[in-house]
Design a protein around this ligand. Structure first.
Ligand SMILES: Nc1nc2c(c(=O)[nH]1)N[C@H]1C(S)=C(S)[C@@H](COP(=O)(O)O)O[C@H]1N2
Ligand SMILES: [Mo]
Length: 324
């Protein structure tokens, strides 16, 4: 296995929080469950009971429901916002919630560049205002075999990209996270080469399942989940879903992406969820839904994270063991 050693390499997520008992993540729902009390009120599908969402989170107005949602039970707001991967704030699962309080996601602008007719710097308002916000319940599945089901609020990425009129040379879309070590303590160290970068093939970026998320559970994105703007590609492993985006570009060649560059044998450019392709160091066949408790049994992982009917066509004729 080839891993470049000039970086302080760690995998996108497997940390001591994965192997310590999960008592820290026990939330109200699990405590009720453990006590044998029915927690029906906390199992409402889209918006969890109001008292689960602290009042300081700003509600997003006029969200419409999307038909693209799954009907799986959602992970609690508490788990979604306390068990995170966001190395800019540290490499442990609890670091992003603990150390992102000083991050300022406003004001915000995004630089659009590359193979498009319309390029330049745009405020977040410029980017979002022509679009209606939708709620979509999507699974997020990490390479380390845990998963969550989250009611994201967002806008189809393709609808936004079209406004910049990509040229015929635009074959890929690139994304870049902000670099702001003064507010992101993880960036004071070379845990990863900053900025975090990701990319999609153009047809993946334009696919109606792909969204730019601005919120979850009906409120604006918490800092630890990628405020104010992050990508969600529900059929790919979580590391593709880049957070706190300040750059979007259109390129002709397959772009550099952070994890693929660090460990190409472990993290492919495509990173489609695929139970048949093992990570070199562990199986990808099963996953542990977060919230079930550390000793809860794993469930089988679905091809393309359950979105095969919608996206399998994108990869017709490709050997997915080679293009993983
Ligand atoms: N900029 C940036 N984006 C990132 C990461 C990161 O470390 N930095 N981690 C990725 C990984 S590995 C996962 S699993 C998801 C986790 O998203 P969540 O914390 O909102 O559940 O974010 C992804 N986006
Ligand atoms: Mo991940």
């Amino acid at each position: 296995m080839l891993i470049k050693t000039h970086h302080n390499f760690t995998s996108p997520g497997i940390r001591n929080s994965e192997i310590t008992p999960e008592s820290v993540y026990l939330n109200r729902r699990q405590l009720l469950k453990a006590a044998g009390i029915s927690s029906a009120a906390t199992l409402l599908p889209e918006i969890s009971s109001a008292d689960e969402i602290p009042a300081n989170y700003k509600r997003i107005a006029d969200i419409r429901k999307s038909s693209f949602s799954t009907n799986a039970d959602t992970t609690s707001f508490a788990d979604v916002t306390s068990y995170n991967n966001f190395y800019e704030f540290g490499a442990d699962k609890t670091d992003p919630a603990e150390y992102s309080g000083g991050f300022k996601p406003q004001p915000w602008s995004v630089r659009i560049d590359g193979e498009a007719e319309v390029t330049g710097d745009f405020t977040l308002e410029d980017i979002l205002s022509p679009h209606a916000q939708e709620e979509r319940i999507y699974r997020l599945r990490c390479v380390e075999a845990w998963s969550m089901v989250i009611p994201w609020v967002g806008i189809p990425l393709g609808d936004i990209l079209k406004r910049f009129k990509p040229t015929s040379k635009a074959k890929y879309v690139t994304f870049e996270t902000i670099v702001r070590p003064s507010e992101m303590p993880g960036q004071k160290r070379a845990i990863l080469p900053w900025p975090y970068r990701e990319g999609l093939r153009m047809d993946e970026a334009m696919h109606p399942l792909t969204i730019l998320a601005t919120g979850l559970y009906g409120v604006e994105l918490p800092n630890q989940n990628g405020a104010p703007l992050r990508l969600i590609v529900p059929w790919k492993y979580g590391f593709k879903s880049i957070k706190s985006i300040v750059g979007i570009g259109f390129t002709e060649k397959m772009p550099y992406t952070t994890w693929n560059d660090l460990a190409p044998s472990e993290y492919g450019f495509y990173a489609n969820v695929n139970p048949e392709v093992d990570h070199p160091r562990w199986s990808q066949a099963r996953e542990r839904p977060i919230g079930g408790g550390f000793f809860a049994s794993k469930v089988p992982t679905q091809m393309f994270n359950g979105y095969g009917e919608q996206v399998a066509d994108l990869y017709t004729g490709m050997d997915l063991t080679r293009y993983f």
